[in-house]
Design a protein around this ligand. Structure first.
Ligand code: HT7
Ligand code: ZN
Length: 859
């Protein structure tokens, strides 16, 4: 196994300014004629190597002459041409590919009769021979020819310059993209698709035609997506002065798609679940996510497409930056504080988990085997957090200037993370560029410790701060990071001092004078608004935490303080005895918040009242006994539901009038209703059952799905009833039905594996759809405690599914395999049983993607 290393980066020996691709779509194959114009850049070279997978090469011409077989060889997916003596030349390759036989969802493949492509990261080499690296930027011209009846719609990037009928009921089109792009942004779509049209006027008054292509019958589900796209276009103009650069923007919804979506230049391709939406089929959360993903892909037009990555080690340059941009977009459109809380929650649940395990890696990795394995929450979300810290450090105006400067300097080029950071810090004297870049080189989550020293008489507060990274495998982890720490010092119940401390060394002491605090020792909340992606420990007492809950206005801090208390309560119950004192004090505080704080945001209240889930708590505790964790969470839902019943019922009445309002209105109320239903159902309060059941058929998917969700761990005959109502209503809508597959795989019944296996055998299970596969597997391993059966049968069952599906979809399976990466924290027999199945998986024939992950996990 050969690692690709950042230190080995060398520019390509040639430039390829122009590419012409001619696709002739036939019944069983597609003929691909490629013409690549080369300019030699390294005069010492006299050969050319290109990559290609599953392409049958018929002929190769160098300029006009047919290459003899002794001038080229194809071995191990590499085409070598030698000698090449010319400085400039055109290479023409005639090959054939078979999209119908391609189940990898990479390169060119078929989904429900539609031919589509996925080229990021290295899918182009499954379409045509190319060096397929992001720093080769070319202008593309594409001709597509096909039978008109089966493929009435023929799309590629850029502008449509020709559309013609041909003999034998065939037709042709020619697309030309004026902007040079890397091969990973190439796209083609051909098939029977219906188009919904709209348009957008840019700020310079250019009319952009918007076309959304969907399968027949899905037309009524695209309005939300069109609106989201228009909001994104406007936001990027207003916020960053970035205007769309063509007069056509196409989006295609595809059923069989591995990830969320793909930002191909002017031809975005989406997993249909992220396009088809309305309030009857889509929850509030999903509507916001869809809006955010459409924005994300659109924002890539500048951060990713116009300025792309020099190599795949720079992946976070486009992904971290674009996540940061889509987070800001959602914050501006909705509620900034709630969005921050949700992003912090996700980062801690997913990225911290990844970073504390065997697949932990820096945001700019130094080496990789399979680049597809690096589309991780570290590259995306931690990457976005680093950019957020840069903004906090240099302040908004300087950040925006640096960003614009980066865009204008590198437009049309392939850039690096270093270049981006240098642009943002260009005029900054306080922050050392190289020191800041350590964030990109370290892995693991740093820990910051705080200690207060208070001189009441002199009113001087000293805060001692230290930072440590306990992951010792990476040499950079020993270096201090530059960490912005937003704090608030509470002087009394209504006055606080807000400050940003900038920690630069391993240990520092910050001195704050004139702190006129009425408390025995000033109460401090740290990392307000989650100002850095780290963990921290403080000397704040439990009593002080309760006061923070009372006085804080920062949503994230309120949420974090409550979750810390829940965690303590859970750990006490698992490892010692229930701490009745803490539990009662928390219940009293919650009671007072529900009763007295009438203006509290209801999404925040919902978070405050939610007992952490298994996935939220799993990576936070040292010795995991999963069955005990599940039981403790159930017990706490029972306890809190019982003790808070009166307040919860009153709150239900209070919010009832708003729950039918149309998204985005009413979403906070609907979020809270699910939390209250869960607590009351768990408390065995019978009065709530029929009320919840009545919503299963609601015309709001948020309420309908909430009704389904809250029954997950309630073993009663009604659970089967609501499951059947939901199934019968939605069995013909695959996007919605995935919620049912998720629900069914979450519930615990005797003969559990038979129940799960029945889902794979269900007549509506689409074996080619990664969405349904992911729904079943994810629900089983994160919601169903029987996955952790003490005899190891749940683990073995999942291991067999991993082996079965790795053959067809390594990208999805290698990501999913990470579910086992926390086994070192598990107690026996779970740990022993996981090791057993990991060894079993390892002994089988695996895809390179899955092999890389299993080796990392077992290492
Ligand atoms: N840039 C896109 C990544 C992506 C992808 C990567 C590997 C294999 C399949 C894929 N589909 C999409 C999506 C994005 O982050 O915007
Ligand atoms: Zn992206």
């Amino acid at each position: 196994n050969q690692y690709i290393k950042l230190e080995d980066y060398k520019p390509f020996d040639y430039e390829i300014p122009n590419i012409f691709l001619d696709f002739i779509i036939e019944d069983k194959r597609v003929i691909v004629k490629t013409e690549l114009e080369f300019i030699k850049k390294n005069i010492n070279i006299n050969s050319l190597i290109l990559d290609g997978i599953d392409i049958f090469v018929e002929k190769i011409y160098l300029d006009e002459s047919l290459l003899e077989e002794n001038n080229y060889s194809i071995q191990k997916n590499r085409l070598l041409i030698k000698p090449i003596l010319k400085e400039t030349f055109t290479l023409k390759i005639v090959g054939t590919i078979k999209p119908k036989e391609n189940f990898s969802l990479l390169g060119m493949y078929e989904s429900n009769g539609i031919i589509t492509t996925q080229c990021e990261a290295e899918g182009f080499r499954r379409i045509s021979y190319h060096s397929d690296r992001p720093d080769i930027l070319s202008k593309y011209k594409v001709r597509i020819e096909a039978n008109k009846e089966d493929f009435p719609v023929l799309l590629s990037n850029g502008n449509l310059v020709k559309a013609n009928d041909l003999k034998h009921r065939r037709h042709e089109v020619i697309w030309e993209d004026p902007y040079p792009k890397p091969s990973y942004l190439f796209a083609l779509v051909a098939g029977k698709l219906n188009c919904i049209k709209d348009n957008f006027n840019t700020k310079s008054n250019k009319k952009v035609e918007i076309n959304i292509y969907v399968e027949k019958g899905d037309e009524k589900y695209v309005k939300h997506s069109i609106n989201s796209l228009k909001k994104s276009m406007k936001w990027d103009e207003e916020k960053y002065n970035l205007e769309y650069d063509l007069s056509l923007f196409n989006i295609v919804a595809i059923r069989h798609f591995n990830m969320g979506a793909m930002e191909n230049k002017s031809l975005n391709i989406f997993n249909s679940k992220l396009i088809l939406a309305n309030k009857e089929t889509t929850t509030d959360e999903e509507l916001e996510r869809i809006e955010g993903v459409i924005a994300h892909e659109y924002f890539h037009n500048w951060t990713g497409n116009r300025i792309t990555c020099r190599d795949w080690f720079q992946l976070s340059l486009k992904e971290g930056l674009t996540v940061f941009r889509d987070q800001e977009f959602t914050s501006d459109l909705h509620n900034r504080s709630i969005k921050r809380l949700e992003d912090a929650k996700f980062l801690r649940k997913a990225q911290f988990r990844e970073d504390s395990g065997p697949t932990s890696h820096p945001v700019r990795p130094e080496k990789y085997l399979e680049i597809d394995n690096f589309y991780t929450t570290t590259i995306y979300e931690k990457g976005a957090e680093i950019i957020r810290m840069l903004k906090t450090l240099v302040k908004e105006e300087n950040f925006n200037n640096g960003f614009s400067n980066f865009i204008s300097t590198y437009d049309g080029k392939a850039a690096t993370i270093d270049q981006f950071v240098n642009k943002i810090l260009e005029n900054n004297k306080e922050i050392n560029n190289e020191k800041f870049k350590t964030w990109y080189k370290q892995n693991g989550t740093p820990l910051v410790k705080f200690k207060r020293k208070w001189d009441k008489e002199k009113q001087i507060l000293k805060i001692q701060v230290s930072q440590i990274n306990s992951n010792k495998k990476n040499l950079y982890n020993d270096l201090p990071l530059i960490i912005p720490i937003n704090i608030a010092i509470f002087l009394n119940s209504y006055e606080k001092i807000k400050k940003t401390l900038i920690l630069k060394e391993k240990e520092e002491e910050f001195t704050l004078e004139n702190i006129n605090s009425k408390f025995d020792s000033p109460i401090i909340s740290y990392f307000r608004n989650f100002s850095a992606p780290i963990k921290w420990e403080t000397d704040t007492t439990f009593a002080e935490k309760l006061l923070i809950l009372e006085f804080e206005t920062d949503y994230f801090t309120i949420y974090d303080t409550i979750k810390g208390i829940y965690k303590k309560i859970i750990c006490k119950r698992i490892y010692e005895e229930p701490d009745i004192n803490i539990e009662n004090k928390l219940i009293t505080t919650l009671r007072s918040i529900i009763r007295n704080n009438k203006s509290i945001n209801l999404s925040l209240l919902s978070e405050i009242l939610s007992i952490p889930t298994f996935s939220e708590i799993e990576s936070e505790i040292k010795k995991v006994d999963p069955l005990k964790v599940y039981k403790t969470i159930d017990d706490l839902n029972y306890l809190f539901g019982t003790k808070l019943k009166v307040e919860l019922l009153n709150k239900l009445k209070e919010i009832d009038k708003n729950i039918t309002k149309l998204w985005p209105e009413g979403k906070d109320e609907r979020k809270l209703i699910e939390t209250i239903w869960r607590l009351l159902l768990h408390s065995k309060y019978e009065g709530i059952k029929n009320k919840v059941i009545s919503y299963i058929d609601s015309n709001s998917m948020t309420l309908s799905k909430a009704a389904l969700n809250v029954f997950t761990r309630i073993n009663c005959p009604e659970r089967e009833l609501i499951s059947n109502i939901f199934f019968n209503k939605w069995k013909h809508n695959p996007v919605v039905l995935d919620n049912w597959f998720f629900f069914k795989a979450s519930i615990e019944i005797n003969n559990n594996q038979k129940n799960i296996e029945a889902l794979f055998k269900n007549e509506y299970f689409d074996v080619k759809s990664p969405n349904t596969l992911k729904s079943i597997l994810n629900a089983y391993v994160t919601r169903n405690s029987l996955f952790h059966s003490r005899d190891g049968s749940g683990y073995k069952y999942v291991a067999d599914k991993i082996l079965e599906y790795d053959k067809s979809n390594p990208i999805v399976i290698s990501r999913f395999l990470k579910i086992f990466s926390t086994f070192r924290q598990y107690e026996n027999p779970y740990k022993r049983n996981i090791i057993k199945v990991l060894d079993y998986i390892k002994k089988n024939k695996l895809s390179p993607n899955t092999r890389e992950i299993i080796d990392a996990i077992l290492n």
